[in-house]
Design a protein around this ligand. Structure first.
Ligand code: NAD
Length: 300
């Protein structure tokens, strides 16, 4: 494998790139933050001065950027990166963005003879570091088979959701459900504690009862109920409120575009918007527990 370019070395991109380097794949990197490039160079990557330089002779281009506007700006905006990527190359766009923008980039890539997958991920920064991400892929089957050996260096599970944009649709549907059951879990725990229950005892009961769900079992939002979750370290690290709010916005856009009713998703978006307006945007999304806080209660 020659000439892989990685653009966007943030919380997720940096450890993903590190896993490709660990697998001895040669990597050219670019990020708007010089320190992020330098950190990748320390691990063996080659620095490039800008994105256009980074894709010269690229066989594979991987991007991991914050949101739709960054992806659209990079590939189709002023620099028109898509025009600089060699025909025949493979683009793996791993950011969580709108299905519509993903499809626009797919179309521009196809017009240039470039193969592309939208391949958003699940698994967070811990999964990125461990190389155990889940990739949720949209695009052609043959493109996925070409990409598989590279995706396998960064992830454990690879799902083919459907054609162009389908990876993003599956990802935002999943994250809408995640937000809803996190809020429901926080609400139920608060109700129990307000009525005299120990949050750990209540969690143990609900985990094996019909209220059991991922947020309760793996990511309990009440401080001190579980070790090694953001709730037990002042909601630091993990998946930020602002990123969850972005994903809920994408879900609402997709719902509007198809006249789909998403009443709970809409309430979830509003609760996360309220939470971020209270200065909580950089905390982990399980900090939504604090919205239910009463002065005498535990969540700090
Ligand atoms: P981040 O903000 O930490 O990293 C984004 C990086 O992209 C930054 O280093 C930034 O400098 C760089 N960047 C932005 N525009 C650029 C451009 N035009 N050219 C080059 N570099 C550019 O974000 P993150 O947490 O790594 O998330 C990346 C994506 O992954 C997001 O879409 C997010 O929703 C998704 N995601 C994040 C998590 C998580 O737990 N953080 C989990 C799953 C999915």
């Amino acid at each position: 494998m020659s000439d892989i370019t990685f653009i966007g070395l943030g919380h997720m991109g940096a450890p993903m790139a590190a896993n490709l380097l660990k697998a001895n794949l040669p990597l050219k990197v670019f990020d708007l933050t010089p320190a992020a490039i330098q950190a990748a160079v320390q691990l063996g990557a080659k620095a490039t001065p800008n994105a256009l330089h980074a894709v010269v002779n690229a066989e594979v281009v991987i991007s991991m950027l914050p949101a739709s506007q960054h992806v659209e700006g990079l590939y189709l905006g002023e620099g028109r990166l898509i025009q600089a990527i060699p025909p025949g190359a493979l683009v793996l766009e791993c950011s969580t963005i709108s299905p519509e923008v993903a499809r626009k980039v797919h179309a521009a890539a196809k017009a240039r003879g470039i193969q592309m997958l939208d391949a958003p991920v699940s698994g967070g920064t811990a999964g990125a570091a461990a190389g155990t991400l889940t990739f949720i892929v949209g695009g052609e089957n043959t493109t996925l088979e070409r990409a598989r050996p590279i995706l396998e260096k960064m992830g454990k599970n690879i799902f083919h959701a459907g054609g162009p944009g389908a990876g993003q649709v599956a990802k935002i549907a999943n994250n809408m459900l995640l937000a809803i059951h996190m809020i429901g879990t926080a609400e139920a725990l608060n109700l129990g504690v307000a009525n005299g229950l120990d949050p750990k005892v209540l969690s143990d009961i609900m985990k094996v009862s019909s209220g059991g769900n991922w947020s309760l079992e793996k990511y309990n939002p009440w401080p001190g109920v579980m070790d090694d979750v953001p709730a037990s370290r002042d909601y630091q690290g993990g998946f930020g409120v602002d990123l969850m709010l972005k994903d809920l916005g994408l879900a609402m856009e997709a719902a509007l575009a198809t006249r789909t009713s998403t009443p709970l998703g809409s309430i979830a978006r509003n609760l996360y918007a309220l939470h971020t307006s209270q200065g909580k945007g950089t905390l982990d999304f399980s900090s939504i527990q604090q919205l239910f806080k009463r002065p005498s209660q535990n969540p700090a």
